[in-house]
Design a protein around this ligand. Sequence first.
Ligand code: G6P
Length: 611
Amino acid sequence: MCGIVAYKGPKLNAGKVVFDGLKLLEYRGYDSSGIAIHNNGNVEVFKKKGKVKNSEKLFKNSKISSNIAIGHTRWATHGEPSDVNSHPIVSYNKKYTIVHNGIIENYKELKSLLEDEGYKFQTDTDTEVLVNFIESCTSKSEDFAKGFSYALSKVTGAFGIVLMVNNNPDILYAARKGSPLAIGQFNGNFILASDASPIIKYTNKIIYLENDTFLKISGNSFKIFDFKLKSKNKNFIEVDLELQKVELGKYDSYMLKEIMEQPNSLTQTMLGRVKDNDITLGGITDENGNNLIEAKRIIIVGCGTSWHAALTAEYFLEKYLKIPVEVEYASEFRYREPIIYKDDVVFVISQSGETADTLEATKIAKKKGAVVLGIVNAVGSSIARETDEGCYLHAGPEIGVASTKAFTSQLLVLFMIGIKAGYLKRHISESKYYKMINQLKEIPSKVDEIIRESSLIEKVAKKIYKKDHCLFMSRGNNFPVALEGALKLKEISYIHAEGYPAAELKHGPIALIDKNMPVVVICTKSDEYEKILSNVMEIKARKAIVIGVLDPKNFHMKKHFDHYIEVPDTSKDFSPIINQIPLQLIAYYCAIYRGCDVDMPRNLAKSVTVE
Ligand code: G6P
């Protein structure tokens, strides 16, 4: 969602730093962009609907060079995507200019207060309300900090903001409640951004601003305060993120890069954890390991693709831990007064570690006294910090909006946790434990086998990319794979797609089937494959275009499919990782053939920082 980049310092060209940074944040999803820059006593704003390059062009024509600027990519919430609704936004009396990520929930109430004071509004945004409210509160206060912190404390909702003082190019403010903000400092230069990627080119020592705090940069120093004006410590952390990991390299899109690098990302996920004949998960202490082993129930919470990873894990964890596992959408969990016991273990899954609903669910589960373990990719993110312990994915930064490598690494982490806990609970024998460890080690090379044959998958995609609809079906632990396959296809190619348990087709969706409906059937080694075959016959009889994902054990079924994709033989337990790869590639190639922007699909955001 919205991205913020700001720069202040003696050394660099602020306009360039801001636009370079905004381009690195494009992956978050946005529909307009802009910059505000101090220029000889004035603040000038250049903003435009559409891609970053649109506002950059406007800005470059101005030829302004300065050492303080704030920039933004906007993902519309209040008010349609348009030039006027884009950020930065200047306050009514032109004292301040703001960029904002988040949602101000009480904006209507604040707006009517401001209107009573004579404020007029030019945009439909909640952000204009915020900057005017700050202006109003600070003008009534004896000093800026008091008025500013008062204004921030009265706002409900979420915000990450950077505020320029229009008559003072030596000062910059930033504040956070919910939406993340990172700060890098080097030799009197400051870069602020929604995540670390625009900063790491300059420094890898970063502070993540804590919730309910604000920052004041003045000259070449800065201070952090909470909203009661109490000074806070500056907790720099070292971010292990290399620029080349966030650059495209030889690929045309991040999505393709991230699909292709899965043999490596999966290897990284296991690195140092799957050794010889043992699994060691350093992120979970013995105490919480014991809590997991003694837990009466596991609850797994996530959104989108992370929720599909949770659903896949439900099959595995119930099978090997022999306790109930409940999977919850974070957005539903947080509002339905969930019953959580102290001896529950709650896993929260999030690639970005910033999803607003998942973060809130984390806090609720913690408050109720459960052990809350995070399965997160983004190191140092809000969820990683909110959960006391857990396992990082170590899959490397994921930039493409549609999650690919994070999904397979999420599954791998959940499997590793399940194998270890199942073994310690004695539901997995020693010989089975060793066998499973060896099977895990083979996964990256099996994924590589599929990737090397991606041109065959491209041929299958070519058969269906012109269709308007597509169904995905499977059974058992591959049912969530069908859901995820459908999600990938709709996210990036805009083909309407749904996933179903194969037996459910008869309860409604079969009404949709005719000769124009492709149905992708994940039909690898499984106790239920005879049953899936019956379902295949049912849809074939209704003339569907049937596409099979088959492994060597099921190759004899080829004749029943119009097209098929072969995947390597693997254990049924781990087949969801293997089977997801061809579905990612089908979605990718369909989107490319339809001319879609796979990295920035319309309306979607990578990091959903508002609920
Ligand atoms: C967005 C992304 C999805 C992602 C979901 C949850 O919708 O576009 O790819 O699965 O958020 O994100 P998280 O970072 O919490 O896994």
